[in-house]
Structure formats: structure tokens, C-alpha cells
Ligand binder design. Structure first.
Ligand SMILES: NC(=O)c1ccc[n+]([C@@H]2O[C@H](COP(=O)([O-])OP(=O)(O)OC[C@H]3O[C@@H](n4cnc5c(N)ncnc54)[C@H](OP(=O)(O)O)[C@@H]3O)[C@@H](O)[C@H]2O)c1
Length: 304
């Protein structure tokens, strides 16, 4: 099967598509034939070993030989291992691939069918029928991270939140999740993304090039700096007494229930991935270059 691999940490050009053996599902695993996967910002960081400590997980001097890139995918179950009752061949699924082996950027990936340690080994849920494979592939990582941030901040109905970086992967999910919770959303983005974030439900939009959002006054229960471009200190004046500033750190562990929850929200129409570009797997280098511009809206998808 074709898979995205790399033999040295570095720029997007280190990526190559290699032929590797199709994996066999072990007991308790399903094998998924990938239809779509993503070029995720996390993949770009793992590719270049940023932060340096990533080498402890993925290979000290160079990426481990068995490593295939890709944090997430959507596809069809094509084989099941012994003891699997939750899925059958033909089921359409989406999956988070887990940090121990990654592997979403490949034609096939075996993953545990039930329970377990999602951050490490990954997890699989049924694809909501309302989502295309491209949309479903882009759901897990960003939506789970945005969800954990809003949970950490204890955002609830009637609360007000400012989301910086509202047009990116995390921001586009955070807007939708916050609106689903019944919160009032102020989205910070550039003028070109105003319509996008308003369309996702933002109640107010602030163009960060025209206005310094840190001077909006103490109006928010939560400031979520999804793009991590502001300091808690600079945002102090935005918070009501007891307000919280979050920025993708110190989050609670992501569970299988969280993955089921975001898939359910997508099935209900409360959460829809924003897709910027869909490229063939062959264009993975170009996809990484684009993700690293920091200008994408939502997600970049790779198709088989
Ligand atoms: N995505 C995830 O699942 C995830 C998980 C954990 C951690 N992270 C980290 O969280 C950060 C954000 O990730 P992401 O995937 O959401 O990023 P992203 O999708 O790459 O963010 C790109 C978006 O941010 C906007 N943007 C760029 N500079 C901005 C600024 N100064 N102020 C406001 N908006 C700005 C861009 O639009 P304009 O240029 O038009 O403004 C673009 O739409 C990254 O540092 C990433 O490593 C991401």
C-alpha cells in the first residue's frame, strides 16, 4: 500500500510516498481502507520534530523506520480481527490514529475497535452519514482539542467567549461548540475570514488587523487563544472577574467518549468541519507547505 513516510526530520521535501505492506488486523482491531486523511498542523510539527522532545516519541536521530505520518482518517472497514463485534466490513468510520504509531496517511490502517487509550493507540467511531469522507477525516484532532479547551474553561449556556484564531482548525470548531453550548461568541480573525466565522455562528467579529482585540474591555468569561498568538497577561483586561484564559495547554485526557460526542454533534448538524483544500495524497509536500503558511481556513484534506 502507499503511505507517507520520511527518513529525516526537516522541511516538507523530506516526505516521500513509499510502498509498504498492508497491515493485518490483530485481535480486537479493525482494518480501515482510507478514503481521506489530513495534512494536520500536528503532522507538520512531528515531521520537523518540533518541539525537539518529539524525538523521544518518534525517533531520536531520525523518524522510526515503521512510522507513517497522519493523525486522523476516514474510510471503510475492510477486515476485522478476532473478537470484534462493534464493526463489520463495509462500515463507514472516522478515526483518530493515536500518537504512538500515527499512520493515517496510508491506504490502510489497523486500529482498536473498542475502548482503550485514545491519545496513545487511537480510536474509531462510525462516520456520521451527513459528513463526506473528506469532512469526517478532518473532524477528530481539531474538534477534540477545541472541546477539551472549552471544557477546561467551563464554558456554559449564557457565558461569553472570545476566540482568537477563529478561522483556523481549532477556531472553526470552537465557534460551533461554543454556540452549541449556548454561549455568546466573539471571533477574532482577519477581514478575509469575516464571512466564514459569521457563517459558523459567531455573534460578533473583530478584525485583528483593524482593531487591537485585547482592548475590548472586561466582557468575557473565557478567552480561548486557539492560535496561541497572545499572552495571558495581554488578555487579562478582557476577562470578567473569575474569567479564564485557555490556549491548548494543560488539557484533560481525551477519551473515546469525547470522540463519540463530537461524532454525535456532527451527526446532529451542530458541528461541521471547514475544508480549505482537498489534495491527492501525491501532493502531500504541497499540502504541508500550505499548512505551514499559517493561513489555512479550517483543514487541508488528502484523498487516496
Ligand atoms: N489543530 C489542532 O488540532 C491543534 C491541536 C493542538 C495544538 N494546536 C496548536 O494550536 C495552534 C493553532 O492550530 P490550528 O490548527 O487551529 O491553526 P491553523 O488552522 O493553522 O490556523 C490558521 C488560521 O489562523 C489565522 N491566523 C493566523 N495568524 C493569526 C493571528 N495573529 N491572529 C488571529 N488569527 C490568525 C489564519 O487566518 P488569517 O491569516 O487570515 O488571519 C488562519 O485561518 C497551533 O500552534 C497548533 O500547533 C493545534
Amino acid at each position: 500500500m502507499r503511505a507517507v513516510t520520511w527518513r529525516a526530520y526537516g522541511s516538507p521535501e523530506v516526505l516521500t510516498i513509499r510502498d509498504v505492506p498492508v497491515p493485518e488486523p490483530r485481535d480486537g482491531e479493525v482494518r480501515i481502507r482510507t478514503v481521506a486523511t489530513t495534512a494536520h498542523i500536528g503532522d507538520t510539527r512531528i515531521r520537523r520534530a518540533d518541539p525537539f522532545a518529539a524525538r523521544l516519541a518518534f525517533g531520536l536521530l531520525r523518524p522510526r523506520r515503521d512510522l507513517i505520518l497522519g493523525l486522523e482518517l476516514a474510510g471503510t472497514v475492510d477486515a476485522v480481527g478476532r473478537g470484534v463485534s462493534a464493526f463489520a466490513p463495509g462500515d463507514e468510520v472516522l478515526a483518530f490514529c493515536g500518537f504512538s504509531r500515527l499512520g493515517g496517511n496510508a491506504e490502510y490502517r489497523c486500529l482498536p475497535a473498542e475502548g482503550g487509550n485514545l491519545p496513545k493507540h487511537g480510536a474509531v467511531v462510525r462516520k456520521p452519514a451527513s459528513l463526506s469522507f473528506a469532512e469526517a477525516a478532518a473532524l477528530p484532532t481539531g474538534a477534540l482539542t477545541a472541546l477539551k479547551n472549552l471544557q477546561k474553561a467551563r464554558l456554559g449556556a449564557g457565558g461569553s467567549i472570545l476566540i482568537n484564531g477563529a478561522s483556523g482548525s481549532l477556531g472553526t470548531y470552537a465557534i460551533q461548540l461554543a454556540k452549541h453550548l449556548g454561549a455568546e461568541v466573539t471571533a477574532v480573525c482577519s477581514a478575509r475570514n469575516r464571512d466564514l466565522v459569521a457563517g459558523l455562528g459567531a455573534d460578533a467579529v473583530v478584525d485583528y488587523e483593524a482593531q487591537d482585540f485585547t482592548r475590548l474591555g472586561p466582557r468575557f468569561d473565557v478567552v480561548y487563544d486557539a492560535v496561541m498568538q497572545s499572552s495571558p497577561r495581554a488578555c487579562r483586561g478582557l476577562l470578567r472577574p473569575g474569567g479564564v484564559h485557555v490556549r491548548n495547554a494543560g488539557l484533560a485526557r481525551i477519551t473515546n467518549d469525547d470522540l463519540t460526542h463530537i461524532a454525535d454533534l456532527a451527526a446532529q448538524g451542530a458541528l461541521r468541519p471547514v475544508i480549505d483544500r482537498v489534495l491527492p495524497l501525491d501532493d502531500v509536500v504541497e499540502a504541508h507547505r500550505y499548512v505551514e503558511t499559517g493561513r489555512k481556513r479550517g483543514h487541508v484534506v488528502l484523498t487516496m
